[in-house]
Design a protein around this ligand. Structure first.
Ligand SMILES: Nc1nc2c(ncn2[C@@H]2O[C@H](COP(=O)(O)OP(=O)(O)O)[C@@H](O)[C@H]2O)c(=O)[nH]1
Ligand SMILES: *[C@@H]1O[C@H](CO)[C@@H](O)[C@H](O)[C@H]1NC(C)=O
Ligand SMILES: *[C@@H]1O[C@H](CO)[C@@H](O)[C@H](O)[C@H]1NC(C)=O
Ligand SMILES: [Mg+2]
Length: 416
């Protein structure tokens, strides 16, 4: 009997001890031998630029996984929860939305070794303690790069150009005592040098958007992009809307993709649903980009021209504009059928503004013809989606002419 008690006591002491060591060393005693790469993006950046930053880091994570170096090939990329995005209201939603709400994480995992933040927490030995990230590198641009005209890839530990904060992802319990500024010019994959240099198990790259793409537009880039499949539930909500209101379905429209993105192949045969999809970015764009943003009158005329050309009668509108603006547009398009997506209360509560934005993007992605907003990343993501679905480029790379300018958008064709 005594023996058993002693054993229990011993086990208890042993575990308390172990967790004490954990606490002192921050993340050092994560139970596995994995290393974790965290990244954070400049706070004001919106959802669709963040999606692009993800691709750069997914590429880094994948390259490290493929390396023979044992220090690099066990690194997990931690998906930064969606918190405090300036465009979104968080009334009914948790403050930290996991990626699984918006993306199909199993699909992401087929490209790069990623884990959700909550999976990392679950692995973290000291529940309810602070997570101290061992090393934080805040990226900043070289101040003199434009003066010297030296655009070679380089990085250098430096004084910080600005004051930076020391709590991450809006979590009070994620901090670091070891933060440094790294002047940086180059692709995200160059950051693997940091992991080679260091033996820290947890490293966070802040202002991750400073690191650039390296394989932009290459087959590998497009694999990463294709792995960003949306959450299946959001896709089926969008599909139901297409079916009910737009007479559109994947089988009829030639837009069905294989269940697994790795089975996708090159095609340009997608037809799309019998409607024109438009993305009308308003809000700050109306104020800050007066030249490129058209009046609603002009929008209606440009849409009518396309509808008549294509012999279509229906317009799907995705916009962040006000109800007033939308109503004005509906009136200007009198005689045509104009629709937008409004979520039911369940969908709104469950997925929030981010989910609604994705549903808008999906519906635009499946339209016979798409017109977007010049230099909006929301529009860029729709264009990429249409490249993946297999539309002809003429139906995709169109943006509204502005008040003065009529800019031609760049055409980024998919490659396999
Ligand atoms: N639902 C919906 N939201 C939009 C639309 N356009 C913009 N938004 C919101 O405004 C944000 C725009 O920010 P961002 O994603 O950075 O794209 P960008 O600013 O247009 O480059 C999106 O993330 C959405 O939350 C739209 O057509 N529909
Ligand atoms: C940190 O706080 C979040 C909630 O804000 C919680 O979900 C998470 O488990 C905490 N992590 C640890 C290691 O205690
Ligand atoms: C990598 O290690 C070298 C040698 O210790 C050091 O000089 C350099 O500053 C380190 N680089 C980074 C980015 O930490
Ligand atoms: Mg933005």
């Amino acid at each position: 009997m005594n023996k058993i008690l002693l054993t229990i006591l011993f086990v208890l002491i042993y575990f308390c001890d172990a967790s004490d060591v954990c606490y002192q060393k921050g993340g050092n005693c994560l139970d596995d031998n994995k290393r974790y790469l965290f990244y954070e993006v400049n706070r004001p950046e919106g959802f669709n630029l963040r999606r692009d930053v993800y691709l750069r880091f997914a590429m880094l994570a994948r390259k490290m996984k493929e390396s023979n170096d044992e220090k690099l090939n066990n690194i997990q990329l931690v998906l930064p929860p969606w918190s405090n995005l300036v465009h979104w209201k968080y009334t009914d939603k948790p403050e930290h939305i996991p990626w699984g709400y918006y993306f199909d994480v199993d699909s992401l995992k087929k490209f790069a070794p990623v884990v959700e933040m909550y999976e990392f927490f679950a692995n973290y030995p000291n529940k309810y303690s602070k997570v101290e990230i061992e090393e934080v590198y805040t990226l900043q641009h070289f101040e003199d790069m434009f003066e010297t005209g030296n655009f070679q890839d380089k990085m250098q530990l430096d004084n910080c150009n600005k004051d930076y904060h020391y709590s991450y992802f809006s979590y009070k319990n994620v901090t670091s005592k070891n933060t440094r500024c790294l002047s940086y010019h180059g692709p995200a994959t160059k950051l693997s040098e940091i992991f080679s240099n260091s033996s820290a198990k947890t490293i966070l790259i802040d202002h991750a958007e400073v690191a650039l793409h390296d394989y932009f537009g290459s087959p590998l880039y497009w694999q990463a992009r294709r792995s960003m499949r949306f959450n299946k539930d959001l896709k089926s909500i969008a599909d139901e809307f297409r079916r009910k209101f737009l007479h559109s379905s994947d089988d009829k429209d030639g837009t069905r993709l294989p269940d697994d993105w790795t089975d996708e192949t090159a095609k340009r045969s997608a037809v799309g649903g019998p409607y024109v999809g438009i993305h009308l970015r308003r809000k700050d764009f109306v104020r800050n980009r007066a030249e490129e943003v058209p009046t609603l009158m002009s929008v209606s005329e440009q849409v009518k021209t396309v509808l008549l050309q294509l012999n279509l009668n229906t317009v799907f509108v995705a916009t962040d504009g006000t109800n007033e603006e939308y109503k004005t547009l509906v009136n200007l398009l009198d005689g045509f059928e104009v629709l937008r997506y409004t979520p039911d209360s369940n969908t709104k509560e469950k997925y929030g503004d981010g989910g609604v934005a994705i549903i808008d993007q999906i519906i635009c992605s499946y339209a016979r013809y798409f017109i977007g907003t010049y230099e909006s990343t929301f529009t860029f993501r729709i264009q990429e989606e249409r490249e993946i679905i297999g539309f002809k480029t003429e139906t995709t790379f169109n943006v509204f002419c502005g008040r003065k300018d009529c800019p031609k958008p760049s055409v980024w064709e998919i490659v396999y």
